[in-house]
Design a protein around this ligand. Structure first.
Ligand code: IMP
Ligand code: MG
Length: 334
């Protein structure tokens, strides 16, 4: 499957980072390219007992033969990007589109002091909303204006399209989640862009006919951070009891939680034209699944949960996360 697009099916934090890091190890893509908003997203993956977090680079950073690209629609915070390039020693294989927008200190300031953004919407305060507003006003600086980035500039849409012309494997990494989309989420409790599969492809510069597979990632339960409605939300005490209490990887804020929402999942499948699904953190819902790598060895209650999702959506759950390490996964792909 040369062109695989991954997107979040709920409100972000579905565990896309771990799934993508696993795919990078298993499928050895020549390119991973990040779409989505920017450094408001933190993708986490663990390997060999170490935990890694990326806010700018694709989650494939541990594979030294995968080129790490950032699409033109993504906002770049140069300091965060340069720190990650240094941490992963990826200076020879990281490339940023010349037209990526640049987040400056004034955007971060506006995002963290504006009462509408900070208190009502509950943004991450990373400057992405104000930067996208300036981009719409056509006053935002672009990556091509920043000398510190000059070594990393490339025409990312050309690189991705040429790689696909030669049938190379490409992973397109979406960030956030379907219901944080500016268009399809519960406005105004949304992020500053469309983050569904089509939006992610536009960020990167590939057309809809280029895509072979759309992998929508769900978590076994739903979390959201910031304002906005959450159907069947459970209390903090209940979340603690169930092991669902999580904290944001960018902001450290406590996440709200609710049980898996089948109606939301079906809507995400439609909006993204999903072709396959991943379900993460099955071990949190069914502790006996922890670390299992074969579907048949999962407890029957866990298999019933997966089969209910498959029955309702009409799609196969091809990847199932059973623990934090990127190898703690059931891979049911053909
Ligand atoms: P912003 O994207 O920082 O403007 O925040 C808008 C809303 O999207 C807030 O509710 C944030 O908590 C949420 N949000 C943005 N990015 C992510 C993410 O990567 N994971 C989870 N929530 C996010
Ligand atoms: Mg996250």
């Amino acid at each position: 499957m040369p062109c695989l697009v991954t997107v979040g099916g709920f409100y972000g934090d579905e565990g896309k980072g771990k799934i993508i890091a696993y795919l990078a190890k298993q499928d050895n893509p020549s390119i991973a390219v990040r779409g989505g908003v920017g450094p408001n997203a933190g993708h986490t993956f663990a390997f060999n007992g170490r935990t890694y977090k990326v806010r700018m680079l694709p989650s494939t950073a541990l594979n030294p033969s995968t080129r790490l690209l950032i699409g033109a629609g993504v906002l770049v915070n140069p300091k965060i990007l340069l720190d990650e390039i240094a941490a992963f020693k990826s200076d020879d294989r990281t490339f940023v589109d010349s037209q990526c927008g640049i987040i400056e200190q004034n955007h971060i300031g506006r995002d963290s002091t504006d009462s509408h953004l900070k208190s009502r919407v509950g943004t991450t305060g990373t400057g992405t909303g104000p930067a996208n507003a300036d981009r719409a006003l056509r006053t935002l600086k672009l990556a091509r204006d920043i000398p510190e980035l000059s070594l990393f500039i490339e025409d990312v849409s050309n690189s991705v399209n040429y790689a696909l012309d030669s049938r190379e494997n490409v992973i397109v990494e979406g960030t956030q989640g379907t219901f944080l989309s500016l268009f399809h989420g519960g406005y105004p409790y949304v992020t500053s862009k469309d983050v569904t599969a089509s939006g992610i492809c536009a960020d990167v510069g590939i057309g809809p006919k280029r895509v072979d597979e759309v992998l929508v990632v769900f978590k076994s339960y739903v979390t959201r951070v910031g304002g906005g409605p959450l159907q069947n939300e459970i209390s903090e005490e209940e979340a603690k009891k169930r092991g669902w209490l999580e904290f944001g990887s960018v902001t450290g804020r406590q996440r709200r939680s609710s049980p898996f929402d089948m109606e939301l999942a079906k809507k995400a499948v439609r909006i993204n034209s999903a072709t396959q699904l991943a379900v993460t953190k099955l071990d949190v819902l069914f502790p006996e699944s922890a670390g299992i790598r074969e579907y048949a060895k999962l407890p029957s209650t866990a298999r019933r949960f997966i089969e209910e999702i498959e029955g309702e959506t009409g799609l196969k759950v091809t990847l199932i996360g059973t623990g934090p390490d990127l190898d703690e996964i059931v891979d049911r792909r053909p």
